[in-house]
Write a protein that binds this ligand. Structure first.
Ligand code: HEM
Length: 460
């Protein structure tokens, strides 16, 4: 392959216009550029920094396997420091990133999920019990209620009490504020990040974050005082973890990682769950297949039997393929020159592995705009073709947890209710902070599921 010093071609649209499209038409933005320039293209970031999009599996393989001294990722997330703190896994690079990852990964290991299955199904039941049959409700809010409660129970170890209630309402409203169109835009336009007092969206958010911090530190202090070795929650496991030098995490590190898990873990999974219910409603034949599979196992089965069901797994995988919650992985910042797909990228260039475009390559996924869970039953995709959780040394540490939660909650809901969109029109994703999601106001209605009798006698 011939190596070139020039970067891949791309649009010359003025940055402000391009950003508008990026914020308000995120899917069209990617589809249009891929149509015009193919898998690989360059856009101009602030101060003319080139941002190169990649989505070919071979190129993604090169990026995800590059030495960590060649590419940084934490640096590209510095805009989240106000929220997650400077010890957050998301913001670190090099040795510090590796250390925090080693400390945080064990509680998220696939094997550990068993301990959380019962809690997840119970929480899904509690939230479903709040639905009024036949009355439209905001599906996203409901899914977020489930995933927030799950995180506060499983990660923070909060079972009940006023701290749980305070955190629940504060985190919910803070993240809603953060995802508002205004604050979403502030991620890209620095001048909007102004604290103009309580009435300004940014100022209000900062004040709420401070209150959340106080509650988190109180929870850490209480856990330290309690020192109960039998606790299974992730905070307790994080507190007992030691690095190679035998050192535990400090309170500030614990706070930053808890905040990171809270933010990275609950909105993403809520968006994913909202889409699963949307697709199940849109495609009745798929729903029938899914229900037939769920009915084939005992409803009170061990959660780990349910989460191994192949069609259920395929529905969740296809949900994350067609509209990945994160349209791209974190930005990779080139530290030392690197060759990708025949291009030589200089230090300072930004690399954007596009999850959405990798998931919409006709070559990998024939008829990519169609929702077809069967593709995941017919063949296996490599980690460079299917990457809803990113890749390499930054791959999502909550991957097993998120998939487990998605499958259990979906199975719990569809086994009891038929959940249908109030307005049957097809829905396309909108930007929600750094992610893509179904539109905020999407309403669905729940009706009890009618079970088909196993045997219908034929009258003559
Ligand atoms: C459907 C749900 C989720 C999706 C789609 C998702 C997706 C992602 C993606 C794309 C990345 C960036 C990877 C990269 O740049 O290569 C990431 C990183 C991360 N995710 Fe998730 N995630 C989900 C759920 C969760 C959950 C449940 C947690 C924890 C409770 C979590 C914690 C994290 C953390 C801590 C990182 C940073 C990893 C690092 O920098 O080393 N995520 N996630």
């Amino acid at each position: 392959m011939e190596l070139t010093n020039s970067l891949p071609k791309g649009p010359n649209t003025p940055r402000s216009l391009r950003l508008m499209k990026f914020i308000f038409q995120p899917i069209k933005y990617l589809d249009d550029y891929a149509k015009a320039y193919g898998d690989t293209f360059t856009i101009q970031g602030s101060q003319g920094t080139p941002i190169v999009y990649f989505s070919q599996p071979q190129d993604l393989q090169t990026i995800f396997n590059a030495d960590s001294s060649q590419l940084d990722a934490g640096r590209g997330n510095s805009g989240l420091e106000f929220l997650m703190g400077d010890n957050s896994l998301l913001l670190l690079d090099g040795d510090r990133h590796q250390r925090q990852r080693q400390l945080l990964t064990p509680p998220f290991h696939g094997e550990r999920m068993r301990a959380y299955g019962q809690i997840i199904s119970e929480i899904a039941e509690q939230v479903m019990n709040q639905w009024t049959v036949g009355k439209p409700f905001n599906i996203r809010a409901s899914m977020q209620e489930i995933t927030l409660r799950v995180i506060l129970r499983v990660v923070f170890g909060l079972d009940e009490g006023s701290r749980l209630e305070q955190l629940r309402s504060l985190v919910g409203s803070t993240l809603d504020l953060m995802s508002s169109r205004f604050n979403s835009s502030a991620f890209f336009f620095e001048f909007l990040k102004r604290d103009l007092g309580d009435w300004s969206p940014w100022g209000r958010m900062l004040r709420q974050l401070k209150q959340i911090d106080e509650l988190i530190y109180a929870q850490i202090a209480e856990r330290r005082a309690e020192a109960n070795p039998n606790r299974q929650d992730i905070l307790s496991l994080m507190m007992s973890a030691r690095d190679e030098a035998g050192q535990p995490m400090t309170d500030i590190e614990l706070r930053d990682e808890l905040m990171t898990l809270l933010v990275a873990g609950h909105e993403t999974t809520a968006s994913a769950l909202t889409w699963t219910l949307y697709w199940v409603d849109q495609l009745p034949q798929m729903r029938d297949k899914l229900l037939a599979e769920l009915d084939s196992v005992d409803a009170d089965s061990d959660p780990s039997i349910i989460t191994k069901l192949p069609y259920l797994t395929a529905v969740c995988s296809e949900t994350l393929r067609i509209y990945p919650i994160a349209p791209n992985t974190f930005v990779r910042v080139v530290r030392s020159p690197i060759e990708i797909g025949g291009y030589k990228l200089p230090p300072g260039a930004l690399i954007l592995p596009s999850i959405y475009l990798a998931h919409h390559r006709e070559e990998t996924y024939p008829q990519p705009k169609q929702f077809k869970p069967e593709r995941f039953l017919e063949r296996q995709f490599s980690q460079y073709e299917y990457l809803p959780f990113g890749g390499g040394n930054r791959r999502c540490i909550g991957m097993a947890f998120a998939m487990y939660e998605m499958k259990l909650v979906l199975a719990t809901i569809v086994s009891r209710f038929q959940v249908s969109l109030v307005n049957k029109r097809p829905v396309i994703p909108v930007r929600r902070g750094l992610t893509l999601a179904a539109p905020e106001g999407m309403k669905m209605v729940a009706t009890p599921r009618l079970k088909k009798p196993a045997y219908t006698p034929v009258s003559v």
